[in-house]
Structure formats: C-alpha cells, structure tokens
Design a protein around this ligand. Structure first.
Ligand code: FEO
Length: 391
C-alpha cells in the first residue's frame, strides 16, 4: 500500500484490508475495510496516530520506511481495540524511544490487552494539548463510539480531526478522500448501526462537543477521509436524533410459505398506507443490513413461525440483536404463524425489554392464512399508519 499525503507533514500510513469479510466474528464486511494510521511530522516531534491490525503491521512499517521515519516520539492511541492498537507493541519494539499517549482508561485497556508496560505511557486528559513544533494536538474525549475509552485527536493548525472509529466506514478503497458520497454514507450508516446505535445519547454529546471546533477534514481510522466534514456530521446528527422515518422494518423467516404470505399482505397494505416498507428475510439477509435498516425505522414487525415451541431461531437472533442495538422505533408489532401452539409471543416481548416503544398485541394465525384472517393484520396496518402519520 502507498503512503498518501493529507498535507505537507501529515500522511496516511495505514493499511487496506481488501479481503477481510467479517469483523468481531459477527459483522459482515461486504466492502472490506482499512485500518488508517496517520504520521505527523512536527518540527520537534514525530507522532503516529493509531496503528493497524496486527495482521497488517508489515504494511505500516513499509509505509514508515517510505517516509524514512527512523525515530518516533509518540504513538497516540485513540482507541484500545486491536484493529487500531494491535500493532503498537511492534511499533514500540521498532522505535524503543516512542511513548504511548492516551487517556487513563485506554491505558488500562492497552495494559490488559497488549501487556504494554505502564512506564511506556503518557496520560492525557480531556482537552489537553501537545506541541509538536508548529503543530498542536488537542485530545478530546469522545467515548462510547463504541468502547468507553475512545478519544479523538485534533490537529489545531490544520483543523484535522482524527476520530478513530467515530465517523468511520468499513470500505477498502484506494482513494484517500471520499469520492462516492452515497456509497460512503451507506457504509458509515452500516457501521454506526452495528456498533454505535446503542450509545446514541452519548454520541449526541460528542457531536455537541465537536461542534465547538472548526473542522476542515475528518480522518477516521476506517474508510476514506472526509474533506467535506458536514457530510458525515449531518448524517450522524440525523441518526442520533429522536426523529424516525415513516418506515416499517419487517424481520421475518418463513419455513413453508405461511409467514411469507403474512408478510406479503402486511407489506402491500402498509405500502398502500404510504409507508416505506423493508421486509428483511432473515434467512438470506446479513445482520449488518438488518441493523442499518433499524437506524431510522419508525416501526418494527417481527414475523415468525412457531418451531420447537417458540420463535424460529433466526428471529430469536434478530430480536436479541434488536434489543442490544436499542433502535429508536416508536412501535413494535408481531405476527406468528402456528400449527398447534407455542410461546413465541411471550418470548419476543421478554427479549425486547430495552426498547422504549409501544408494543401492539401479538397476532397469531393458525395454519396457512385465509382471506378472513388477513383482517387480523388490518389492525396493525391501521394503527401503524395512524401512529406514524405525524413523523
Ligand atoms: Fe475499529 Fe472499535 O475498532
């Protein structure tokens, strides 16, 4: 991978991971990812902001070689997760004089996770500054994007914010800056949905804090750099806001077509009410796509056959994720297709205890739905239409 230059003394030296397909053994990466690291050459001090995943440390070192970096004063660790910090021990081995700058919480994580000795750290507190000689770094705590210790680093003279995961997107691309805004926004929304959505109240505070800064560029640690920061800041403001869209996400699985029929009827009737409807067939969709649809949905529907006396396991998984991600939907409905019985309805309600939404009474339909049963769905459609008519 080539070194890319943001300005005279600021370089992108991280690695692109074109082939990575899954993160945390959970999140699909349809577009690969990158682990961005930045090298800043001040008149007096040289700093590396974040490192890379250990699997890519060779590329980081090749890039540092290309810039003839024979000595390094500091490594700023904005975040302790190993896709950014994992190569720090190797960096310290190669540059034994380098010290790690981070906040106390992140320091504790790095000591636990990577066994970096305590004497290698310099702790910084929120708002503290560091003079590199003609370049001033300001450390700004931006926690819970998705770990509690994450901070951002702001290069005051050039108004560049190094935000780590915050504002990032999983996309492997050779361009340094955002080229296709729509694609990057989709990737960033997916990433926000997968790991940040449960912390939207805290992220609101982070956005308020950053609004006090003049920012010309946002350089995250995944995906391209934003040279039009309002693109991603405005998108985040929308995602973390309390407002929702007139959109219904239907998460479902069908074993023999009965639940599919229910979903088809619901979908067409909700469309007739003027809603945007997103049926998510859980047997073929990925969790990232599902999570992304939850970001701005006003209403959710879970539709499941009863199997083994409860919900289908794919719907159990979707409900578990939904509860963990805590989307801001205002309404939740459920429909179950059954043959003789089961306890899926109670199971679902118990699993969604974190949601602050209005729950409709579950609808249970026996066997393959007859036209007369379709009336049972009418209540869901009418009430959702009414509740979302004002959004
Ligand atoms: Fe990209 Fe939370 O690490």
């Amino acid at each position: 991978m080539a070194v890319r230059q943001l300005s005279k003394d600021v370089f992108s030296v991280g690695a692109i991971d074109w082939d990575r397909q899954i993160f945390d053994e959970l999140i699909p990466l349809p577009d690969g990812t990158s682990y961005n690291a930045y090298l800043l050459r001040g008149r007096v001090k040289t700093v590396l902001i974040d490192a890379v995943d250990p699997a890519k440390q060779k590329e980081l070192f090749l890039n540092l070689n290309e810039l003839d970096i024979s000595s390094l004063d500091f490594v700023v660790a904005n975040h302790a997760e190993q896709d950014h910090s994992g190569a720090i021990p190797a960096v310290l081995e190669r540059y034994p004089m380098a010290e790690v700058i981070t906040n106390p919480k992140c320091k504790g994580f790095l000591m636990d996770l990577l066994h970096i000795p305590e004497e290698k750290f310099i702790e910084v507190h929120d708002g503290e500054e560091l003079d590199l000689g003609g370049m001033t770094l300001k450390f700004i705590y931006t926690p819970w994007v998705h770990w509690p210790e994450t901070m951002s680093t702001y290069l005051q003279e050039e108004k560049i914010l190094f935000s780590c995961d915050f504002f990032g997107s999983h996309r492997a691309a050779s361009n340094l800056y955002v080229e296709d805004e729509c694609k990057v926004l989709q990737d960033a929304k997916r990433y926000y949905a997968e790991i940040m959505m449960p912390f939207r109240q805290q992220i609101k505070k982070n956005l308020e804090k950053l609004s006090l800064l003049a920012i010309d560029k946002i350089a995250p640690s995944h995906g391209p750099v934003y040279d039009r920061p309002s693109l991603i800041i405005d998108a985040y403001r929308d995602w973390v806001s309390d407002s929702v869209n007139k959109k219904v996400v239907i998460a479902y699985v069908s074993m023999h077509g009965s639940t599919q029929r229910i979903v088809d009827v619901l979908t067409s009737n909700l469309i007739k009410k003027g809603m945007t409807v997103v049926p998510v067939n859980l047997s073929v969709s990925d969790v990232g796509q599902f999570a992304m649809e939850l970001v701005d949905a006003g209403a959710l529907v879970f539709a499941s056959p009863y199997v083994l006396a409860g919900m289908h396991p794919a719907v159990v998984y979707a409900a578990y994720l939904t509860n963990a991600l805590r989307p801001k939907a205002k309404v939740v409905a459920s429909v179950f297709s059954y043959g003789w019985g089961g306890r899926g309805a109670e199971q679902l309600r118990n699993m969604l205890s974190s949601l602050r939404a209005e729950f409709f009474e579950p609808v249970l339909i026996r066997g393959n739905m007859l036209d007369k049963d379709a009336g049972l769905l009418g209540d869901i459609v009418d009430r959702m239409g009414g509740l979302l008519s004002h959004v």
